[in-house]
Design a protein around this ligand. Structure first.
Ligand code: PLP
Length: 400
């Protein structure tokens, strides 16, 4: 029998990918499934970006590049951080990898030693604790419930830090809750971190461009420049530019860390796809005018989804600042019985029963480390969302 690595044995498969796969299977079997599970824009990659990819192919830019990114792309990223975040990096302080996910993994592999702790505020993106485990570290879950709008408070952060804490992972706007930290909230967290020089900050800003109303996005190294030298600022083109399949993520950080990450990528994946890197240069340097248009569409959907979910008996849905997710609590339906006779004991039961009876796919909250709740992605058409909301309302009304 094949013995798997002990490190991998501790790791769970991705629940979000599992839900997406299950929904796709039901769809192939002929069921009318509405998938609200996927974390991916439904919009297409803008034409100018696609054209840059095509041009790269035609011009023969189809060979290896430096392992951690083309110099021209690093220049574009330096420009982006300066222009949009007021952060100064040199090209040597930039890492490019095949997606935001490998950027995070490369950073963890480059830095974690046995016993090192990584603070993951919950609910968290499913991959953080699992990547920490694979890299040989210890994820430390800190529950951040609805009372703090699903955000980490300075008190909770202070209480979670130990001499072994290596990283705090921040994600704003958040997957799965959509919650985003204000400048003042980040400053308050930074004040705690300034007292604990052993703690580094990995900030995952993947949803930076998806913030609504007048919310002003800021990132921690910008809010507290004294943290710059121990912050890895992570971003990517997947969500903002609807480029999930192109696989380009990037980060800025201090030289020693970036150099270590470069060593990891050079001995593992090597460079992200050359064609995608040229497309990413166009994404960052090209016209940005489609961003507010898409943002307005997402905001309208968010408002519709929050309103619709709050009409379902037993659900309570806060209005988040960003991303394309909402994270309603389903505490009010726990203990109720579905028409099938199934008692809803957990949020996983809720999501399973909802998929089986009403054919709406959502991801249960336990996967993100905070129950009872579930994640709805509204990166789908308004028609599909309307129908899904009607089904969720019908489902909840039928629970006794
Ligand atoms: N970080 C967060 C919070 C995400 O939601 C995702 C994608 O779902 C990623 C990182 C990974 O992005 P990429 O597709 O660029 O690897």
């Amino acid at each position: 029998d094949l013995r798997l690595s002990d490190a991998l044995d501790r790791v769970k498969p991705s629940a979000t990918i599992a839900v997406t796969t299950k929904a796709a299977e039901l769809k192939r079997a002929g069921h009318d499934v509405i998938g609200l599970g996927a974390g991916e824009p439904d919009f297409d990659t803008p034409e100018n970006i696609k054209a840059a990819g095509i041009r790269a192919i035609q011009e023969g830019k189809t060979k290896y590049t430096p392992a951690d990114g083309l110099p021209e792309l690093k220049e574009a990223i330096v420009g982006k951080f300066q222009r949009e975040n007021g952060l100064t990096y040199t090209p040597a302080q930039i890492h490019v990898a095949p997606g935001g996910k490998p950027v995070i993994y490369n950073a963890l592999v480059a830095t974690l030693n046995p016993g090192d702790e990584v603070i993951c505020p919950a609910p968290y993106w499913v991959s953080y604790p699992e990547m920490v485990l694979m890299a040989g570290g210890e994820p430390v879950k800190v529950e951040c419930g609805p009372n703090s709008s699903y955000k980490l408070t300075p008190e909770a952060l202070e209480g979670a830090i130990t001499p072994n804490t290596k990283w705090l992972i921040l994600n704003s706007p958040s997957n799965p809750t959509g919650a985003a930290y204000t400048r003042a909230e980040l400053k308050a967290l930074a004040d705690v971190l300034l007292r604990h020089p052993q703690v580094w900050v990995m900030t995952d800003d993947m949803y930076e461009h998806l913030v609504y109303d007048d919310f002003e996005f800021t990132t921690i190294a910008q809010v507290e420049p004294a943290l710059w030298e121990r912050t890895l600022t992570i971003n990517g083109v997947s969500k903002a530019y609807a480029m999930t399949g192109w696989r380009i993520g990037y980060a800025g950080g201090p030289d020693k860390l970036i150099k270590a990450m470069s060593k990891v990528i050079s001995q593992t994946t090597s460079n992200p796809c050359s064609i995608s890197q040229y497309a990413a240069i166009e994404a960052l340097n090209g016209p940005q005018d489609f961003l507010p248009v898409r943002k307005a569409a997402y905001q309208a959907r968010r408002d519709m989804v929050v309103e619709g979910l709050n009409k379902a008996p037993g659900l309570h849905c806060p209005t988040p600042e960003g991303a394309f997710y909402v994270y309603p609590s389903c505490a009010g339906v726990i203990g109720k019985t579905a028409p099938s006779g199934k008692v809803i004991e957990t949020d996983e039961d809720f999501a399973t029963e909802l998929l089986e009876t009403e054919k709406v796919a959502v991801v249960f909250g336990a996967a993100f480390g905070l129950s009872p709740a579930f994640r709805v992605s509204y990166a789908t058409s308004e028609d599909a969302l309307k129908e899904a909301l009607a089904r969720i309302q019908r489902f909840c009304s039928a629970l006794k």
